[in-house]
Design a protein around this ligand. Structure first.
Ligand code: AMP
Ligand code: TRP
Length: 359
């Protein structure tokens, strides 16, 4: 079994290897795949938390295009469009590109280069436990791409290249951040170094696991385009949002008086979680506020809230998509900032491994 179990020893990064800009609580890195359209799960599970953290952390936000080609094939033009759209979504939601480094993963080659090293650090046993691979590969694993299998090693490179201290993500990414810690720890241990910093996942708020509007037991995801009523997109206009919420699956009972009353009511729980996340409340607070309501009244309130939050984001995304040069300029600047951090870390990793420095 040795070799498939991560080393028990805690990594001990020196203080010096941590980013320490004045007044800063650390450095965050996170990313979203440019596959399909951004949806409410991406917003509530990830982007919204990034916006809330951006003043206290040094921030890097990546559009992870290398990850986007690991699953089903995307039309090249669609990948290009979606890459800009994810960047537009970040900016429209309130990420300040002058402050954060906002960039495209493939613009910083160090990600792919460090990922190769991590392909040689991570054990097959570790990758075999990844639930996202199992879900995405489905029954026909033989037909899955090798890229889908080593996907978590590339994600580890994304994070460790910047010595990120915190990684704000939705619940589904927790296992990947834990694997990232295992990779950092094994590298540090095997090469007797403290180069890599062990990152903490930050999974917070009521929107860390937004479910499909049609089936409260299924995660809302970009690949669930099948039933378009299942997913609220960040680009949806007020009418589509209203229609989707109106058609959302519910049950015949009024909303419960307490969180315990949501047991066995996945759809009610999901809509209340969405409402809580949109209004910045805890689930408990949202349940107390809506106790005893009929779904029809609650859905009207939820629609009003969702439109008020998403409407301005939607309008700004449209404006930016009509001005791709503004997006591209921000991404260029972001890639330069990212490279300035990633370059020396990759060089240090290569030196640590013993690669002959290039002349
Ligand atoms: P992806 O769209 O898979 O690249 O995910 C990008 C980010 O959005 C990650 O932090 C995910 O955890 C988060 N995310 C994706 N889907 C959901 C969802 N249904 N609920 C909450 N967070 C999500
Ligand atoms: N794997 C993440 C997802 O599917 C996307 C991602 C890639 C990511 N690299 C990352 C998230 C680095 C956080 C940090 O959602």
């Amino acid at each position: 079994m040795s070799g498939s179990t991560p080393p028990a020893r805690e990594g001990a990064p020196s203080k010096d290897s941590r980013p320490s800009p004045a007044g800063n609580q650390g450095r965050i890195l996170s990313g979203i795949k440019p596959t399909g359209n951004l949806h409410l799960g991406n917003y509530l599970g990830a982007i919204r938390n990034w916006v809330a953290m951006q003043n206290n952390f040094e921030c890097l936000f990546c559009v992870v295009d290398l990850h986007a080609i690991t699953a089903e094939k995307i039309e090249p033009a669609e990948l290009t469009r979606a890459t800009r759209e994810v960047a537009a979504g970040y900016i429209a939601a309130g990420i300040d590109p002058a402050q954060a480094a906002l960039f495209v993963q493939s613009h910083v080659p160090a990600h792919a280069e460090l990922a190769w090293v991590f392909n040689c650090v991570a054990r097959l046993g570790w990758l075999n436990r990844m639930t996202q691979f199992k879900d995405k590969a489905g029954k026909n694993r033989e037909a899955a791409s090798a890229g889908l299998y080593v996907y978590p090693n590339l994600m580890a490179a994304d994070i460790l290249l910047y010595k990120a201290t915190h990684v704000p993500v939705g619940e589904d990414q927790k296992q990947h951040v834990e694997l990232t810690r295992d990779i950092a720890q094994k590298f540090n241990h095997d090469y007797a170094t403290n180069l890599f910093v062990l990152p903490e996942p930050v999974i917070q708020g009521a929107g860390t696991r937004v479910m499909s509007l049609r089936d409260g037991t299924k995660k809302m995801s970009k690949s669930d385009g099948g039933s378009d009523y299942a997913v609220i997109y960040m680009t949806d206009d007020a009418d589509s949002i209203a229609q989707k919420i109106r058609k959302a699956t519910t049950d015949p009972n009024p909303l419960p008086e307490s969180v315990a009353g949501l047991e066995g009511r996945a759809e009610a729980a999901n809509l209340l979680n969405i409402y809580a996340a949109l209004t910045g409340q805890t689930l408990e607070q949202a349940v107390a506020e809506q106790a005893g309501q009929q779904f029809s009244q609650f859905k009207a309130k939820l629609t009003e809230t969702a439109v008020a939050v998403l409407g301005p984001i939607n309008a700004e995304m449209k404006r930016l998509m009509d001005d791709p040069e503004e997006i591209d300029r921000a991404l260029k600047r972001g890639a330069e900032k990212a490279k300035a951090i990633a370059g020396p870390v990759l060089a240090e990793a290569y030196k640590t491994v013993g690669f002959l420095p290039s002349a």
